[in-house]
Design a protein around this ligand. Structure first.
Ligand SMILES: Cc1ncc(COP(=O)(O)O)c(C=O)c1O
Length: 403
């Protein structure tokens, strides 16, 4: 009856959002979503910022410029400078969450069939956005140090993939693997972007959430070391994981040429991101509240991560392998015996079914793969549950596994 566009003829929704229906079950402990802990929100700080923002009702209740409120852009430019990245207002677009920034960029860059390289496993909403844009997705494997840049270099040199338009990566505390790309690999990636002329998309919502190890500079900041690379980098950042996702404040940093086109694409999406929450974010940042808040949340996430990893080691050490992340929100684990049959040989999807019966949830790894099945892997987020729930959740997982 209806004649839908090609990508919407039989679209599939987000596999993670499909799991949300179980969240409402009483007593459920969830390691599933990438939700920040609600009890760590800086409620007072945001309330004060909100009261200050509301003093200028003609700003926060009115439409604003499509590229963002100038006052917020000023604060975000200062924040990026503290992160080692100078940028001009014409290179920054405030978006309704960083997710919107990705959507705008793909609309600006990709024609149907264009090659988009992405790390695998990858953040599913990016895979979904690429599919809706009818991109030809080509995946690059990752290891404990993030994207396998040697594999990428060999692939590009072989000429077997058509000219890629972009490469997408979450280089710091990746979703889903928690891995961080080394500085050397970042430099190598920048050189490849210059050589093969593709846009290097750095999605960085978790970079500030480091609780151990040494800081690795963002790809965007390292562009200063690789001549000609800065204009090939598009950087997405967000207040969602470090302040509150309810603000829906993200921002894109790109060459002025790309940024201007993203602004035009955004005009038909929402005219502008909500000036009200932008004004609150501007007040919050101007007050220095983020600098006070970050150490509190990173310390807590560090403790939660340790609690999850210690419990997994203790309860399921024989069944699972995983790396301890140095920041972010995720632990990526693999079931040793998946596919070998019997209770201890169950794969992650079967384990999830039994886990839900035991009132605990996680995301099976398949959700993060574009072109292959990985029955053995799973993603566990330690951010939202409290420490006691993390420990109880792992005990339930052990019961579900039958170990
Ligand atoms: C890697 C990655 N990018 C982007 C987002 C979306 O963030 P935002 O709330 O800023 O749209 C998420 C949220 O889970 C994420 O994990």
């Amino acid at each position: 009856m209806y004649e839908f566009t090609a990508p919407f003829q039989s679209p599939s929704g987000s596999p993670i959002r499909e799991l949300f229906k179980y969240l409402a079950e009483p007593g459920m402990i969830s390691f599933a979503g990438g939700y920040p802990a609600s009890d760590l929100f800086d409620v007072d700080g945001l309330q004060q910022a909100s009261a200050r923002a509301y003093q200028d009702t003609s700003q926060c209740l009115q439409y604003g410029p499509t590229d963002g409120l100038p006052r917020l852009k000023h604060e975000l430019i200062n924040l990026m400078a503290r992160r080692g990245v100078p940028c001009a207002p014409s290179e920054m677009v405030v978006t309704t969450g960083s997710q919107q920034g990705l959507d705008l960029l793909l609309r600006v860059l990709l024609n149907p069939g264009d090659v988009a390289l992405t790390e695998q496993p990858a953040y599913p909403a990016t895979l979904q956005a690429l599919r809706l844009q009818q991109a030809n997705i080509v995946t690059i494997p990752v290891d404990a140090h993030g994207l396998d840049v040697d594999y990428l270099a060999t692939l590009l040199a072989s000429g077997t993939v058509a000219h890629p338009k972009l490469l997408y990566t979450v280089p710091t505390f990746a979703n889903p693997t928690g891995a961080t790309i080394t500085r050397e690999r970042r430099i190598a990636l920048l050189k490849l972007a210059v050589q093969y002329e593709f846009v290097l998309v750095e999605d960085d919502p978790y970079g500030d959430l480091r609780f151990s190890g040494e800081t690795v500079p963002s790809i965007l900041s390292l562009a200063a070391e690789v001549p000609g690379s800065r204009d090939w980098v598009v950087h997405f950042a967000s207040l969602s994981k470090i302040v509150a996702p309810g603000l829906r404040v993200g921002w894109t940093i790109a060459s002025a040429e790309i940024a201007r086109r993203c602004v035009i694409a955004k005009q038909t999406v929402d005219l502008c991101s909500a000036p009200w929450t932008q004004a609150i974010a501007a007040e919050y940042l101007a007050d220095g509240a983020l600098e006070r808040h970050l150490p509190r949340i990173t310390a807590m996430y560090g403790r939660k991560c340790e609690a999850l990893c210690d419990a997994l080691q203790l309860q399921l050490g024989d069944a699972l392998q995983f790396h301890r992340p140095e920041g972010g929100m995720f632990v990526w684990a693999r079931l040793n015996a998946a596919g070998s049959g019997g209770a201890s040989g169950m794969d992650a999807s079967a384990l999830l079914q039994r886990a839900i019966e035991n009132k605990v949830m996680f995301v099976p790894g398949n959700a993060f793969f574009a072109d292959k099945v990985d029955a053995a892997s799973l993603r566990l987020s330690f951010a939202a549950p409290g420490i006691a729930d993390i420990e109880e959740g792992v005990r339930r997982l052990k019961r579900a596994y039958g170990a």
